[in-house]
Ligand binder design. Structure first.
Ligand SMILES: C[S@@+](CC[C@H](N)C(=O)[O-])C[C@H]1O[C@@H](n2cnc3c(N)ncnc32)[C@H](O)[C@@H]1O
Length: 225
């Protein structure tokens, strides 16, 4: 599906989130706190926005993994437009079974990717396996606000306005309807926190952003339970 919406993905991201995604991404990068020389994995790297932001703040070595070839081709184009000191290597693959050795990465991030995964639990197990001891995982994901009125407005926006905007911008209406559904049906933060803890990822913080329309999880690789 993402191969089919690559051309409109970045513009629609900005438009449909009222550019709020920029601030959320910065919050995630601050929480990641990557240092020069560290090895970083950007899971579901997509069109590379998180990798580009990370590269602006550290001289780290970034690997991006994603299922979609077209999304990554767009990431390569964007990356080659600037002069950078960080490195960015791309791998086409599945987050639930990653082709990396145990303990490969200092830090790992995934922005707006987990809710699209067929098996989030398998990804979290892989995240723990491929992080170094004490390594950090930052997950940024859209969520449904808890406050009833805000929740209703948000759901109306997702199911009625978002697919319409997508169509008006030349995007695939059905794909954006699926994306809206994937937000509504994704498990709530408490459930995701449990999944992390069960897999040996110690939750350091779990924070609702912008009235709960987005959620930022920070976890570290702890001892196996
Ligand atoms: C909404 S986009 C987010 C892209 C990017 N992280 C961003 O911040 O804009 C979701 C991405 O997750 C990727 N994806 C979905 N399931 C995946 C999986 N199991 N393994 C790797 N990538 C996956 C899709 O191909 C898509 O590029």
């Amino acid at each position: 599906m993402f191969d089919g919406i690559t051309a409109t993905y970045d513009d629609l991201n900005r438009l449909t989130s009222f550019s709020l995604d920029r601030g959320w991404r910065r919050r995630a990068l601050d929480a990641l706190d990557a240092r020069d020389g560290e090895l970083l994995l950007d899971v579901a790297t997509g069109t590379g926005d998180m990798a580009l932001l990370a590269a602006a703040s550290c001289r780290c070595r970034i690997t991006g993994i994603d299922l979609s070839r077209n999304m990554m081709a767009s990431a390569v184009r964007k990356w080659s437009e600037g002069k950078r000191t960080a490195e960015y290597a791309l791998v086409q693959g599945d987050a639930s079974s990653m082709p990396f050795r145990d303990g490969s990465f200092d830090r790992m991030m995934v922005a707006f990717g987990v809710r699209n995964m067929a098996d989030v639990g398998a990804f979290l197990s892989e995240a723990r396996r491929t992080l170094k001891a004490g390594g950090r995982l930052v997950v940024l994901e859209l969520s449904v606000p808890e406050l009833p009125v805000v929740r209703q407005v948000f759901q109306l926006y997702l199911t009625r306005v978002l697919p319409f905007l997508a169509r008006a911008m030349g995007g695939d209406r059905a794909a954006y309807r699926y994306l809206a559904d994937s937000i509504i049906t994704f498990p709530p933060p408490a459930h995701i926190e449990n999944m992390m803890e069960e897999r040996g990822l110690r939750v350091m913080s779990s924070m609702a952003l912008t009235l709960g329309s987005c959620h930022l999880y920070v976890a570290e690789k702890g001892p196996r339970r």
